[in-house]
Design a protein around this ligand. Sequence first.
Ligand code: SAM
Length: 248
Amino acid sequence: MPTANIYESPRLLDEYLLFHFAEENDIFPLNGIPYPKAMREATGFTKRTVGHFKQSPIERGLDLGCAVGASTFAMARHCAEVIGIDYSHAFIHAAAQLQQGRDIRYRRHDEGHHFTELTAAVPDAEAGSRCTFEQGDALNLRGDLGTFDRVHAANLLCRLNRPVELLKKLPSLVRPGGELVLATPCTWLGEFTPPEQWPVGSTAEWLEENLQNHFSLVKSTHEPFLIRETARKFQWSSSLVTVWEKSS
Ligand SMILES: C[S@@+](CC[C@H](N)C(=O)[O-])C[C@H]1O[C@@H](n2cnc3c(N)ncnc32)[C@H](O)[C@@H]1O
């Protein structure tokens, strides 16, 4: 029997709405728990990865594996048009609803039977009006998608069953002189990616091997991120962020 896509589940939808749109006070409410400073520093990941692009205005942006859309909305601050694509119908439905100015009520899980209702809203309606969201497969993109000045794919590679195919496709998506930001926590798992498709050497070497013929590496850094499961259980991860410029 095929395994259900976890990114369609109501629990993950709630966790991602919190991850993408909640204020720090909603992630760490005053509940007596002494959350370490490093956890607070791991918030705002969707904006921080987009912050690695130049801040100049450009025409077209693409956010692959955009989930519920916060990084797409952040890219739109400097783009005339941004397309966010994700495989999850539930995530794209939520992103499109926010883009249309409709707030979303969702639940933060505190513990056991205890939940807190919160509201997600588009952070900047003017920038949001330049975004569109579509359900799609990053490994099978529609043929008329066109080319982009900026492509962003955060924490997507290690959720694909054939990640190298996305690396091979990227040169045809990024315009000459255009920018590419890839983030990956390198959490290679058999449930998403068969082990024979995992990088043989380090993920950083594998990115370089597959991209160097078309892109030059501008920067390699690390960005922490935090996904809250309950008041007392969080996933803290560190994503390898590489910034590339497409050869002219
Ligand atoms: C770990 S989440 C990261 C989401 C978002 N970029 C972020 O940083 O919060 C992985 C995302 O990739 C999406 N995804 C998985 N396989 C995909 C595919 N083949 N094409 C497009 N999106 C995919 C999932 O639905 C999920 O939203």
